[in-house]
Design a protein around this ligand. Sequence first.
Ligand code: AKG
Ligand code: FE2
Length: 407
Amino acid sequence: MSLTRHVSDADISAIFRLDWERHPVLSKYSKKSKNSFDWNVMSDLDEMYSGESEELTWQQSNRVIRKAADNLSDFFENQTLPQKMRQVLLQVLPDFAKLVAGELSQAKKRQVSFVGTHEARNTVSLGALRTQGIHITALPEDSIEAMNLLAQRYRPEMGAERLKSPGSVAPIGIPKFDSLYRKSTSSLRKAGIQGAVSAYLGHEVEPLYVALHHSVDSEDWWQGCYDDSNNAEYLHLDYDYDLIKAIIYLSPVAEGNGPFKYIQGSNKWTYSRSWLAFYKSFERALESQYAIRSPGDSYYRRRYRNPEFFKDLSELPPIFAGMSHFGDDLTLDSLEWNRVRDCERSILSTSGNCFVFDGSQLIHRGGMVLTGERLAIQVAYRKKPEFSTEKVYGDARSFARAIVKGK
Ligand SMILES: O=C(O)CCC(=O)C(=O)O
Ligand SMILES: [Fe+2]
């Protein structure tokens, strides 16, 4: 097949599906499933995702979700399947329905402009988040230096984590109220990032966690899925639709130091969001049932080390074999790999020391160090609960101040 053929948005749906014929492992299994399956079982759901269906009530939306799940369930029940695969599929449907309901309600919120406290000030970064799925900026150098200094205290802890498993990813959670936690969240707040995230998601957000992420060249958790490396390793979409992440580089990041990479424009690509939601639920359940651990092997998708996983997958119609963490499975000569390669952009510290992105919409990868190291802070934002600990803390402090001032 000629690679010069233009890959249209419609074709990109295949990006998440394993290419059975050319896949390094699946091609060795004969396709057992003779049953045909109606791919359109998701089309009503997809219409809801696209926002093109008429305004539906919650009951009506739930009925559409329910119908898709029921159709899938009927299909699973009538298949001859390996016991373990049946167990996984039973597990998947409630998760799938919940994920779709959550994504649809989040998508609805995003369409409504949120008049948050910071929105007016953050139209620039908000615009980039909406149009590009990412906003890149530079925090003041003195803030970066201050955070870097505070981060050094965690070197012993990071070193100990590293010793336990040299090949694995090893982020360290920073306790709330620690000065590094406070410095990083306040820097992001002052730079307008937190406000932009609130406006983007359509509700007030707060930091969910702050993690110090030290990446080094001994890591191989994203490497060596197959013998033949395809260069698309670890390309993925995040599972969580309601989490927005900000990353601050504390060390210089050049091409070899594991820069964050994203596929420009992928947040606007059209593909079946419903099938992607299915794949997300499915891959979690598959990982819980099929993962095997071999000593000294840190590859992160452990089910891929289990031949039973591929064998059982081959008993399902190919439409079901899809992954949101799809990079390792793309074949070198596929149209999809050529498409993403052309659109891939790296964020180097020379172009910005801080960025915020929607990892459930923008295809990305990062932290894959070839030489030296990368030290970064990751802050994730999520909807502020009605009774937020942050708020209580804030109120208590201003209350105390007011008392001290004699008010
Ligand atoms: O550390 C990075 O550069 C990105 C990691 C990532 O994919 C994520 O946090 O979602
Ligand atoms: Fe990610």
